[in-house]
Design a binder for this molecule. Structure first.
Ligand SMILES: NC(=O)c1ccc[n+]([C@@H]2O[C@H](COP(=O)([O-])OP(=O)(O)OC[C@H]3O[C@@H](n4cnc5c(N)ncnc54)[C@H](OP(=O)(O)O)[C@@H]3O)[C@@H](O)[C@H]2O)c1
Length: 291
């Protein structure tokens, strides 16, 4: 079985590369942006003609949440046109598309976990383009899985955990917002779930379980709690101050609450979800070896 991965150099792409040796029956084709530009239909077709993938994981995206506010055209091209192109080529080659979306499609006004049926209402350009990317796939090709996730971190790429660890080497004091509530997601856990969905559907190809699914780690916290746990696990002593969002203005408005309800993905694929603190502990131990 061939699984083609776009955006292979990003955080999720690297997590998939890290896991690939555990799945010798899957022939992964990892394409970085220089090999496959998802905004270029011919690029995609060339790779699909060569490898004829049964599944395509789109790990490519424009993920600079604040920069997107001043680069809406670029964000639209990568997060809307790119996924639409992939869906078109997947349709041509009868390839199942797995696409990643975000908790930022929601406005954060709920106070209980968001389900897949909740109505998106993004508060910024990034969330808007990710929401439009979902719709473009839904309108183009039925054989898709859209996995909405949140607060992704790992030992790979750039993320909040690595930023906190770096800042702790530069400063004695840090202020982090404590009134945005969500759930951190380990990119390796997310990668593992994508592979599980592929294996599930490869074994039961007639099951029509396509659609949108939520996945994050279990539990919830604020960015302040997340930072606190990162420092605690690493035994880093730092003066950490909880602050309101109003004291840390950013170009893009973020949802105040974005916990995702994971019942659908658990019930459909028999997935067990690890607690965010347990997953963080494992990752921090890994990063310590690398820093
Ligand atoms: N990170 C989070 O906190 C978070 C939260 C919720 C959802 N998500 C979603 O999770 C998915 C994976 O995120 P991530 O954290 O792994 O992102 P990432 O680290 O920013 O990686 C994105 C990758 O996409 C590539 N890319 C950009 N434009 C491309 C193009 N036109 N064609 C092909 N590749 C292109 C980038 O390559 P270059 O660097 O070479 O441009 C990069 O390798 C995304 O869909 C994101 O929206 C992320």
């Amino acid at each position: 079985m061939v699984v083609l991965v776009t955006g292979a150099g990003g955080q999720l792409g690297q997590a998939l590369q890290f896991l690939a040796p555990n799945y010798p029956d899957i022939h992964f084709v990892f394409c970085e942006s220089s090999q496959l530009d998802i905004t270029n239909l011919n690029h995609i077709k060339q790779q699909f003609k060569q490898f004829k993938p049964s599944f395509c994981i789109n790990a490519a995206a424009y993920t600079a949440v604040d920069k997107a506010e001043s680069e809406p055209e670029k964000a639209h091209l990568i997060n809307v046109v790119g996924p639409k192109n992939l869906a078109e080529v997947c349709k041509e080659f009868d390839t199942i598309l797995l696409h990643i979306s975000t908790d930022f499609v929601f406005d954060g006004t709920k106070d209980s976990p968001y389900t897949e049926d909740d109505f998106p209402n993004p508060t910024g350009v990034y969330g808007q383009t990710k929401s439009e990317g979902e719709k473009a796939i839904q309108e183009t090709w039925q054989k898709h899985f859209i996995i909405r996730t949140s607060w992704v971190y790992s030992q790979f790429g750039n993320n909040f955990m690595k930023t906190m660890l770096r800042l702790a080497t530069e400063r004695d004091k840090l202020a982090v917002v404590n009134d945005q509530i969500g759930t951190p997601t380990n990119a390796v856990d997310l990668a593992e779930v994508l592979v599980k969905i592929i294996l599930f559907n490869n074994q039961q190809p007639t099951t029509n379980n396509y659609g949108i699914y939520n996945f994050s780690n279990e539990g919830q916290c604020s960015w302040y709690d997340f930072a606190n746990k990162i420092f605690e696990i690493n035994n880093i002593k730092i003066n950490l101050e909880p602050i309101p969002t109003t004291s840390y203005p950013t170009p893009a408005k973020r949802p105040a609450y974005s916990v995702l309800d994971k019942r659908k993905i658990k019930d459909t694929f028999g997935i067990e979800v690890k607690n965010w603190e347990e997953s963080l502990r494992k990752t921090v131990n890994k990063i310590n070896l690398k820093v």
